[in-house]
Structure formats: C-alpha cells, structure tokens
Design a protein. Structure first.
Length: 367
C-alpha cells in the first residue's frame, strides 16, 4: 500500500458530509422505538450526519444480547426516510455485508474481532468491493498496527477507496480506569504512514464510562483525528449492551458543544513565523539529544569492556534503581511527567544492556 494516495476524502463520500465526521447512535438496535427515538433526537440537533446502530453484535459470552438482527435493517431504512441521516452498521460476515447492501445501508464498519481474522476480512472484501459504499475498519483488539494496516490494504487492493480507520483502543492486560487502552502512538503512526487515510476515534469504547468520553474525544480532536463515533441511547441505564458507556441525546449535545474543534493549520504570517522559529529550536535540541545519547553510548561501551576484562555481570540492580530514582526526581523538579521520564530511561537502559551484553559475548569490533 503506497501511502493510500487515492483514498477518497470524507466530504466526497456523500453530499453534506463534513470533516471531522460525527457518527452517533446506540450500541445495539434493541427496538424500533428505541432506534427511532434516538435518531430523531440526534437529527433535531443537526450535528450528526451519520446514524450508527449495531444490528449484529459479536458478544464475548453466549446468551448476551446480540441485537435485533435483519429486522433492524428495516428500522435503519426508516431512519433514513424520516430523518435524512445516513446510516451505518457493523458487518462481520459475508451475509451481513450482503444484507447491508440489500437494505441500502450507506456505510459499514468492520469490528475489532473481525479485523483480527484475515479469512473473515477476505469474505467481506469479496462482497463489498463493488458496493461503492465507505468501509470503516476498527483496530484489532490487540495493539498490532501491521494487522490493522493489512486489513485496510485488503479493501484498498480490491478497489475500495472510500476507506477510514476507527481507533477504538486495545484490550488492557492490566487494570486501567479505561475500558480499552488508547495507545495513541499507534494511531499517530498510522496517520503518519498514510496521511490520506481518515482516522476516526471511538471514545465510547476507549472510555468504557460515559463520564470519561469528553476527555478521550477532546484528546482525539487535539491530535487531528478526522471524526468521532459516539454511542448514544435514549435511556442508557436500561440499555441491553454497553450501558455504562452510552450517552443520552442531551448529553451528546452537551459533549459536542463542550468540545474544541481545531483548525488543522493556519496561514497567518505570525503563526507561520512563530512555528518555523520554534520548530528550528526543537530541531536543534533534538540534534543535541542525539549527540548526547551517542556520547553516553560510548561511555557504556567503555564500561562493557571493563566488565568483560574483569568478568563482571552486565546488569547491576542497585545501580539501575539509583539511576531510575535520581533521574525521575530530577525530571519532577523540571516539570516532567514521571511516566514519561521512566519510559525514556527504560529505553536507554535497555539499549545499554544490549550493547554491554554484545561486548561481553565478544560480538563487537569483529571479535
């Protein structure tokens, strides 16, 4: 995939679409009344252009509510007729995709579990390649950027250019206040590698709690994400799936009004001059950091030679604990976040250990 240069921009998908794109609606289509009540409330506010509802829900455990099924597609047709909103739903099988096309669904998304299975993705590609509707690809459950990119490639190589990625976070393997870990760096890497590919944030699935959605959504907008997909339900406490992370239509309205939507850039002379001068300073500092790291590594190599000649082990726990504690304290005094300093130190220390181990094993300097 060559930077996805021929990706169709969001405003060209359908008339009236804007960027950032706002998609909202219930996690699951539970009843026609629930779907229509939500759709009319969202349409009334005029902020949302695309209504979402899960018609087939892949659940972790059997017996959980799996949404309305095919009859829900008729409800989405009614949403289109009565509100003028575009509609979208998740497809996980070839039959889902066929039914979505048959009922005139305007765009579809591929869920996190499906993204992890190339065989399932190929079946969807075979059905959707001639449908001429946008396909949104959620990241896989695990933080595997290449897998995510691979799924997008499969659709792109089939001739689908109305494509976007959805960042919904990754499964946390340790306790977290969030339902899914954002790992923003992976989404940023995706945008950096494929700048023409729209990336939409799903703050509902990252947050897991309605009260955290604003924080996640704002951070996504601050990072120049191309849209938001938010779960909205007329009465979240009685929702049959993901009740804790859904907003009421009123709460969604308040969310959108509270968010700050940024311009991607500015053409004013003052802004351009300030940015150029400040970035030149950053470039200079970065160069100094690289040179200092190189100097540090040369000292590490000297220590490695000294340890080899005296048969001393590479890793010294007390020394590492001392480094960690003293540098973190120094960083705090300078206003740096503890985790930020710790992560940097761990990377530097890991490379230092690797270099000294190579020296002790006699793998440097041609030995």
């Amino acid at each position: 995939m060559n930077s996805l240069l021929n990706i169709t921009p969001i405003p060209d998908w359908y008339n009236g679409l804007l960027q950032p794109l706002l998609i909202a609606g219930p996690c699951s289509a539970e009843s026609e009344i629930q779907v229509m009540e939500t759709a009319h409330a969202l349409a009334k506010e005029g902020k949302v252009k695309v209504f979402r509802a899960g018609i087939w829900k892949p659940r972790s455990r059997p017996g959980s509510f799996e949404s309305a099924g095919e009859v829900g597609l008729k409800w989405l047709q009614r949403v289109k007729r009565e509100t003028g909103l575009l509609v979208t739903t998740e497809v996980a099988t070839a039959l889902h995709a066929q039914k979505a096309i048959e009922y005139g669904i305007d765009m579809v998304w591929v869920g996190a579990r499906t993204t992890a299975n190339p065989f399932s993705v190929d079946q969807l590609v075979a059905v959707l390649k001639d449908a001429n509707i946008p396909v949104l690809v959620k990241n896989p459950v695990t933080p595997d950027l290449e897998l995510w990119i691979g799924v997008i490639e499969r659709f792109h190589r089939a001739g689908i250019t109305k494509l976007a990625a959805i960042h919904r976070g990754f499964y946390p393997y340790e306790r977290s206040r969030l339902r899914n870990i954002p790992k923003w760096e992976l989404a940023i890497d995706l945008k950096s590698r494929f700048p023409n590919l729209p990336v939409i944030c799903d703050p509902s699935h990252i947050a897991g709690l309605a009260g955290l959605i604003h924080e996640i959504a704002q951070h996504a907008l601050d990072l120049s994400f191309d849209g938001l997909m938010v779960e909205v339900h007329p009465n979240p406490p009685v929702a049959l799936s993901d009740a804790k992370q859904q907003l009421t239509p009123k709460e969604f309205k308040d969310l959108i009004n509270a968010l700050t939507f940024h311009d991607i850039s500015s053409s004013s002379d003052d802004f351009v001059d300030f940015l150029a001068q400040t970035r030149n300073k950053i470039d200079s500092i970065d160069q100094q950091i690289i040179e200092l790291l190189a100097n540090r590594m040369r000292l590490v190599e000297q220590i490695g030679e000294y340890k080899r000649n005296r048969n001393v082990t590479v890793f010294e726990l007390r020394r590492w604990e001392s480094i960690l504690q003293s540098r973190i304290e120094c960083g705090k005094k300078l206003g740096l976040d503890e985790e930020y300093v710790k992560s940097l130190l761990q990377l530097v220390h890991k490379e230092s250990i690797k270099k000294q181990a190579e020296i002790i094993r006699g793998k440097t300097n041609g030995e």
